[in-house]
Design a protein around this ligand. Structure first.
Ligand SMILES: [Zn+2]
Ligand SMILES: [Zn+2]
Length: 400
């Protein structure tokens, strides 16, 4: 680190605004950020909110739609202010200090502007922080150490971790009614074991359906949901390319990935849960945890790393919330203060700043989604800075 700091002072500290936004004055650059940042953020988030509407298409009420649209508005406004502010501070720092320091190049501007996310609604703050933590986990797994290499190189270890995360998330959602997005909603135990329905079906979750119907209903609905995601992804792919008949023909060949993944996940979950409940050797709670764990096997057949990183973050968040719930009744003032401290307000800006810093300095640790998000927030400015910095590093290393 000390070496890199020295290297930075020698070769990167003198990069000026002229290097980063060539041929454009700072005022013009900021003005174009004010126009294009909101547009690129809208492009990034529209499919996510569209999916939120599709997901609830059967039970969508006016209130739900209003809530989704309000969240969308809050998200666009908060993220736009964050992106524009970040681009402005970058110029202000360059003009003010006339020289870069390792952390004033990108870390501090992003850390400062990330605080504007807290102006958004609670759901948006949760989404932004989860995404940042997810990219952080991804960068950790791409590092060059034994643990990261072992996990990222073995599908079996990843599947075992994913199974554990899946069990934790679904257990947290079912037993403690915890919020947060996940592939499926947990199946509630709705029938008492003394009732007539239970004796007829032999399973305690679906009063009007047989186990087979219940399984089929889940697989079908989730397949359609996954298919919607596949279509949105295909549309996104097309929107990133120039319009021609060729790209449209390509878009018609939708690569089905999320459809089978969603249906396999719920299929394994419901099948195991119904089977275990029918065999009736263990209590329903344990059967549910086992079924949720088995559902995680889907990672072995459809290894989606974005989902894997998301599952790790969600599982840690669930564990923390369970820990908070268990310790809520404590008499100790220090423990109570530690448990109720709003860590997101401190952690999120730091992690977000670290992630963008890594994007600039070590882009090999970032995935495609990470780079796309940073670019959408800053109207492709983060990649422009990254290219300039990497080019300078390469040139300087060539000279050494
Ligand atoms: Zn500038
Ligand atoms: Zn059943």
């Amino acid at each position: 680190m000390a070496n890199f700091s020295k290297f930075f002072n020698e070769h990167l500290s003198t990069l000026s605004c002229r290097d980063f936004h060539e041929g454009v004055s700072c005022q013009r650059h900021i003005l174009s950020s004010c126009i294009y940042c909101p547009l690129s953020i809208m492009k990034l988030f529209s499919p996510i909110y569209l999916f939120a509407i599709i997901r609830k298409y059967r039970s969508l009420t006016k209130e739900d739609l209003k809530e989704i649209l309000l969240n969308y508005k809050s998200c666009i406004m908060g993220c736009s202010v964050t992106g524009i502010c970040c681009n402005c501070i970058l110029c202000v720092f360059r003009v003010l200090f006339r020289k870069h320091f390792l952390y004033t190049l990108i870390f501090i501007p992003v850390w400062f502007s990330a605080h504007f996310i807290f102006l958004c609604s609670k759901t948006v703050i949760e989404m932004a922080s989860t995404t940042a933590y997810q990219y952080f986990v991804e960068s950790l797994l791409r590092r060059n150490n034994v643990l990261s290499k072992t996990i990222s190189g073995s599908k079996s270890i990843q599947t075992a971790i994913f199974m554990l995360c899946s069990a934790l998330i679904l257990h947290g959602k079912r037993a403690f009614d915890m919020k947060g997005f996940w592939l499926i909603k947990p199946s509630p135990a709705t029938i008492s074991e003394e009732s007539e329905d239970f004796r007829r079906i032999g399973c305690n979750m679906h009063p009007k359906l047989t186990c087979g119907h219940y399984l089929w209903e889940g697989v079908r609905n989730n397949f359609l949901m996954g298919l919607a995601v596949d279509c949105l992804r295909a549309l996104k792919r097309v929107s990133n390319q120039p319009l021609s008949t060729k790209t449209w023909t390509k878009a018609m060949n939708i690569r089905m990935y999320w459809g089978p993944l969603f249906s396999l996940y719920i299929g394994l979950y419901r099948l195991t849960h119904c089977l275990l409940n029918r065999v009736d050797v263990a209590p329903d709670k344990l059967n549910h945890a086992l079924a949720a764990c088995c559902a995680g096997l889907s990672h072995f057949f459809y290894p989606e790393m974005t989902l894997f990183h998301f599952a790790v973050v969600q599982a840690i968040a669930m564990l923390w919330r369970m820990f908070q719930m268990c310790g809520a009744g404590t008499e100790n003032k220090i423990s109570r203060a530690l448990l109720s401290f709003p860590y997101t307000y401190v952690l999120y800006p730091l992690i977000q700043a670290h992630c963008v810093h890594i994007h600039i300095m070590r882009p090999q640790l970032c995935g495609t989604f990470h780079i796309t998000t940073d670019n959408s927030f800053t109207n492709n400015y983060s990649t422009t800075i990254m290219n300039k910095v990497q080019e300078t590093i390469k040139r300087a290393k060539g000279l050494q």
